[in-house]
Design a protein around this ligand. Sequence first.
Ligand code: PCA
Length: 219
Amino acid sequence: MRRLLLCGFEPFGTDSVNPALKIIEQLDGQTLAMHDQPDERFEIITCRVPVTRYAAIDSVIEAIGEHAPDTVIMLGQASGRSAITPERVAINLDDYRIKDNGGHQPVDEPIEADGPDGCFTTLPIKAMVNDLQAAGLPASVSYTAGTFVCNHLFYGVQRHLADSPIRSGFVHIPALPEQSVDGRLPTMSLESMLEGVRVMCISAMSHQEDARIGGGNIS
Ligand code: PCA
């Protein structure tokens, strides 16, 4: 059976939960059917990722070696976002506003000395956003994954898989309602995010080519 590796970060900063971790815990071991091919199923395997520079990349590279997936989707929380946002690009820069869970706080350091400035996702992100929106879920392409550990992991995994047929990319998800009890952050329910991640997994496994849909930001 084909396999999709779904990676989710642990809690970090002042948060005691991370929706990414809750999602991978619930989807671990599930099988899903491809678009329009109910008989063809694939399995979701998962990887719990520490919010620590380099250790995060190592944990996903190890899981890729162990499970030989077709596709890798990495999930992280982006507090303040109100939609599910597949990321277009990772940049070769660590600039942390807070310490990671290992106590590191690099300022303006490259992730890979002499590595390329940026790496693009190899997931069909416009098709994924289209499928999310068709399912009634708020979604848009994001053109920055930030400069903290999510971008760091995204960059490291894209570099590791640069010459591989395995497709990979990163998706930021909003905070959970319980992370915004003062109502200051936009949130999304765990049920909606679970549905969204299922939709994205099926979409990524089903679309060999990305959809050609106009988009981008003007700002
Ligand atoms: N979000 C952080 C790191 C871990 C996570 O879930 C980020 O956006 O960099």
